[in-house]
Design a protein around this ligand. Structure first.
Ligand code: AMP
Length: 357
């Protein structure tokens, strides 16, 4: 275990808002950040100590990056295996490659979740139209077909309600290996955001209710309207997942809560997560600071909320144009990500309110 001290440098793969908020949290602790991201709109580069813009397969740029930092982390999970291999040979990479590899493939991820005894929707591997027909017979309808890799915010997904939808759903996958999941009739969506340190200490924040609009997270509400029993069960699942992986860093577990309070794990994200953004203003220690603490082998901070209720609202696309109105509310904590162009569906910022009534 090597402790990274103030004055040393964390390398972050990815230049988006998650990397940006990590770099800002590190700066508060006197720790520098160096970003590696492919060329493009990389708002994290506005707030870091230095950056390299190069492709993920540029071995000499990766080696130069590794030589400038003391530990390496990432803000998104689709890092190519070869990139991780080149970097891990030079510097400590946290969270470890195993967690990344697992979560890059929905089938491998679901198998793993089940090995720790956590429930998932029923699922079946699909690599052809014939496989899909077999999967539908086994799982029943309605069901959701998802590509195994590179899906996020509902992209690469098709709902199958009747046999008539089967061919179109398979066509929408573009021949990519996919997974058919039984449709879960849930009451609400929630997540556990948890951090684990290299010494094995794990701390979770209170769970949020996550409300989606057009498959994108719209709002998180703390506390989630669920019983203590459900909360304990969900935290137990999250603890088992991070300890089984010997995970270091922040990880999010997205869950569905059914009407009877039972839980189904939807997916895990081996990184800071949008449903944890509320912690920047609403918790003693934010998920970004905690992630930096964990990957630097520093002690973890308190995850308690600072008020009885916290609401986080994403500013998606042109929502962010309301920044002036939002600033007129003195209780609103506005976060804008510094992206240079606004697009429909693009995460441009968020606002948090800590409610004391
Ligand atoms: P995902 O990309 O897997 O997080 O899915 C995006 C959203 O689709 C989730 O947040 C759910 O609202 C919905 N969804 C995904 N999988 C299922 C499922 N098996 N049953 C019901 N809804 C689902």
């Amino acid at each position: 275990m090597s402790v990274i001290e103030p004055g040393q440098t964390v390398g972050i793969l990815g230049g988006g808002q998650l990397g940006r908020m990590m770099a800002m949290a590190a700066a508060r602790l006197g720790i520098k950040c160096f970003i590696y991201a492919p060329k493009g709109d990389n708002p994290a580069t506005q707030v870091c100590d230095g950056y390299i813009e190069a492709d993920y397969d540029d071995v000499s740029a990766l080696e130069e990056f590794a030589s400038k930092v003391d530990v390496i982390t990432f803000e998104f999970e689709n890092i190519p295996a070869k990139t991780a291999e080149v970097l891990a040979a030079k510097k400590l990479l946290y969270p470890q490659w195993r967690a990344l590899a697992l979560t890059q493939d929905r089938l491998v991820e679901k198998d793993f979740i089940n090995t720790v005894g956590a429930p998932t929707a029923p699922y079946h591997n699909v690599e052809s139209l014939a496989d899909l027909k077999t999967a539908v017979e086994k799982i029943g309808l309605p069901a959701v077909l998802k590509t195994r890799r590179f899906g996020y915010d509902g992209k690469g997904q098709a709902t199958i309600k009747s046999d008539a939808d089967i061919e179109d759903a398979w066509a929408a996958m573009n021949d990519q290996p996919s997974i058919l999941e039984g449709f879960i009739d849930f009451d609400l969506e929630t997540s556990v955001v948890i951090a684990r340190s290299a010494t094995g200490e794990a701390r979770a924040w209170p769970m949020s209710q996550n409300i989606h609009r057009n498959h994108i997270l719209d709002e998180t509400i703390i506390p989630a309207p669920i019983t203590d029993e459900t909360q304990v069960a969900a935290r137990d699942i999250a603890s088992r997942l991070v300890s089984e992986l010997e995970y270091v860093g922040v990880l999010a577990v997205e869950l569905f809560v059914k009407a009877d309070g039972s839980l189904i794990v939807n997916e895990i994200a081996p990184r800071v997560h949008n449903s944890g953004h509320w912690t920047l203003d609403g918790a003693v220690t934010s998920q970004f600071e905690q992630h930096i603490r964990a990957v630097c082998s520093l002690p973890l901070g308190d995850t308690s909320p600072v008020g009885p209720r916290v609401i986080m609202k994403n500013l998606i696309g042109f929502d962010a144009d309301q920044w002036h109105e939002i600033l007129n509310d003195p209780t609103a904590h506005l976060h804008l990500y510094g992206k240079t162009s606004t697009r429909e569906g693009r995460k441009m910022g968020h606002v948090t309110w800590v409610k004391h009534d």
